[in-house]
Design a protein around this ligand. Structure first.
Ligand SMILES: Cc1ncc(COP(=O)(O)O)c(C=O)c1O
Length: 369
């Protein structure tokens, strides 16, 4: 029902469309329909409820009038050096992309296959598995650890010790929980030397102490994926980046257009301005945490248990199939997230503004699932 957080294939198709005709053979036409969500409250797509911070809007607006040039100035270099300084890596480890779906698609295509498979958690953001499945690659889902809902890294390795790509999402969309850094490092240390550990940190700004950046210097086969689509409020602007050794990124160029060199200049400017005014992002993180904890407490008071989400999403257990509940809540004007096949009674909830979450709780009270 949405065009952002719907199932794997539609996400994959959106990326494929962005990559252009060379990947057209993978498009499944029935899934390639963009759908706009019609709801007063949209807490379905893990976006931020507000647009870019004011400084980013100012920077993007200034860049817009110079957008007759592919590269009006040093915008791309400025973004790379800003990220490199923040993460303490050499600038050649940073590659900006138009969002993170684009490099995710390429990473799956380049580093997994029918024989060297992809290992993912269940549940986890389904895009990587969707891309691999569409390509006819081997996919091994491994349930999250029951005790803390973290990725079960030992089970992930045991499930396919010969995999080409291990996908970790930290914090994990949709559960909102963290996988301890020590566990992620254990996986980095134990996978085959020619396998890749991909750490998707789309939501890491909500838990900045959990960044995996230090692993890059210790393990040569780690790739970190980040995006400006979430707390930065830039999903519609398309900016993200990879942190990895340049030789790991080079093969990705075989899987689509040279998009890292053809980025929208206003989006680059907005991304750099967001990082340079990070205090505003921290304020957003704090506000979302307060609203999230309020929402989880209200749901608990109504008798519904939730996962202990630490970012801008969590899952709530309706104790009855989630799809009809999602439809009933939508009929009240509130679009909530989908459910995952492993947990059919649970819906993902994205944290919006306090007013939006009050409307959500009012809808739950009215629907009484
Ligand atoms: C974990 C994760 N990775 C990647 C993406 C892709 O986002 P984008 O292409 O907008 O950067 C999303 C979007 O929902 C996500 O949740």
């Amino acid at each position: 029902m949405t065009n952002d957080i719907n199932g794997p294939s539609r996400r994959a198709v959106a990326t494929i469309l962005a990559l252009g005709a060379s990947a057209a053979q993978f498009v499944r036409p029935a899934l390639a329909q963009p759908v706009t969500v019609k709801a007063d409250v949209r807490i379905d797509a893990n976006e931020h409820p507000e647009g870019p911070i004011a400084q980013a809007v100012t920077a993007a607006t200034a860049a817009l009038s110079k957008s007759n040039r592919y590269a009006p100035g040093t915008e791309r270099e400025d973004l790379i050096t800003t990220i490199a300084a923040i993460d303490g890596v050499k600038p050649d480890m940073v590659v900006p992309w138009p969002g993170s779906s684009d490099p995710l698609y390429r990473l799956v295509r380049a580093y997994s296959s029918a024989t060297r498979g992809l290992v993912v958690a269940a549940p986890v953001f389904e895009m990587a598995a969707g891309i691999a499945t569409d390509a006819g690659y081997k996919v091994t889902p491994v349930p999250v650890r029951p005790s803390d809902l973290a990725h079960d890294v030992k089970a992930m390795l045991a499930a396919d010790p010969n995999a080409g790509l291990y996908y970790i999402c930290n914090p994990n969309n949709p559960v909102g929980t963290l996988t301890p850094l020590a566990d992620i490092e254990w996986l980095a240390a134990h996978i085959k030397s020619d396998a890749i550990l991909l750490i998707d940190e789309a939501y890491i700004d909500y838990t900045p102490a959990q960044k995996s950046t230090a692993l890059l210097a210790k393990y040569p086969n780690v790739v970190i994926l980040r995006t400006f689509s979430k707390v930065y409020g830039m999903a519609g602007m398309r900016m993200g980046y990879t942190l990895a050794r340049p030789d790991l990124i080079k093969p990705l160029m075989d899987w689509g257009s040279p998009s890292p060199y053809m980025l929208p200049v206003p989006a680059i400017a907005a991304a750099t301005a967001s990082l340079k005014n990070y205090g505003e992002i921290t304020k957003r993180v704090e506000a979302i945490a307060i609203t999230r904890d309020w929402t989880i407490a209200r749901l608990e008071a109504l008798g519904y248990k939730s996962t202990k989400g630490l970012c801008n999403c969590f899952m709530v257990d309706w104790r009855t199939p989630a799809k009809p509940v999602q439809q009933a809540i939508l009929a009240k004007g509130v679009a909530i997230g989908r459910n995952w096949p492993v947990w059919p009674n649970m819906s993902r909830i994205t944290v919006g503004t306090p007013a939006e979450m009050k409307a959500f709780i009012a809808a739950v009270e009215a629907v009484k699932p």
